[in-house]
Design a protein around this ligand. Structure first.
Ligand code: IMP
Ligand code: MG
Length: 184
């Protein structure tokens, strides 16, 4: 089966193109550089969805900083499996005393970030903030402060630029609204 064939079940509607993403991430990079000047912040990306955002964001930051990764329980076919969130991979470095910036692809219910902020907050970081490329505020179940937001998105499932539906579409260069074709 060709990769194209696996994508015919869904209609993809462009939401943010490459140029829009680049422009917004450049702005975020500047804001982050200013806020953390001289602080050597630790950017902690939540795998896998934020890998592309992190790659571009860290290159838009013109101050020394470090990167690390955590992984949480995956969405199963676009649906969260349960009300709880499980950590599959922790940071490699100790975050105590560090200025930590969590890098997320999208905030939906807020459960993932709430769990990670709770966990990280207990480890005595010097500061703890969140940068997300996308925010879907209509879906929020748990309130969570987000310092940096790339774009607000409507209550739709979005894919591309790292975000997946059942592990597909992560490679797409922009963000797309993804709807199931009913074939009618
Ligand atoms: P939350 O815990 O409900 O906020 O969900 C966070 C995670 O769910 C994100 O990090 C994504 O990996 C995934 N997710 C939520 N909404 C979408 C979406 O529209 N497209 C792709 N992944 C999503
Ligand atoms: Mg994610």
């Amino acid at each position: 089966m060709e990769p194209e064939d696996r994508m015919t079940d869904h209609a993809l509607k462009p939401l943010f193109g490459r140029a829009q993403l680049d422009a917004r991430i450049a702005e975020l990079g500047q804001e982050i550089s200013t806020l953390y000047r001289g602080r050597n912040p630790l950017l902690v990306a939540i795998l896998k969805g934020s890998f592309m955002f992190l790659a571009d964001l860290c290159r838009a930051i013109d101050e020394p900083h470090e990167v690390d990764f955590v992984a949480t329980e995956a969405y199963i076919h676009g649906r969260v499996s349960a009300g709880h969130v499980r950590l599959l991979k922790d940071t490699d470095v100790d975050i105590a005393g560090r200025d930590v910036l969590i890098v997320e692809d999208i905030v939906d219910s807020g459960r993932t970030l709430s769990k990670i902020c709770q966990l990280f907050g207990a480890r005595n970081p010097a500061s703890l903030r969140v940068a997300t490329l996308l925010d879907k505020p209509e879906r929020r179940e748990v309130e969570i402060p987000v310092t940096f937001v790339g774009f607000h998105v409507p209550d739709e499932f979005v894919v591309g630029y790292g975000l997946d539906l059942a592990e597909q579409y992560r490679h797409l260069d922009g963000i797309y609204i993804c709807r199931v074709e009913d074939g009618e």
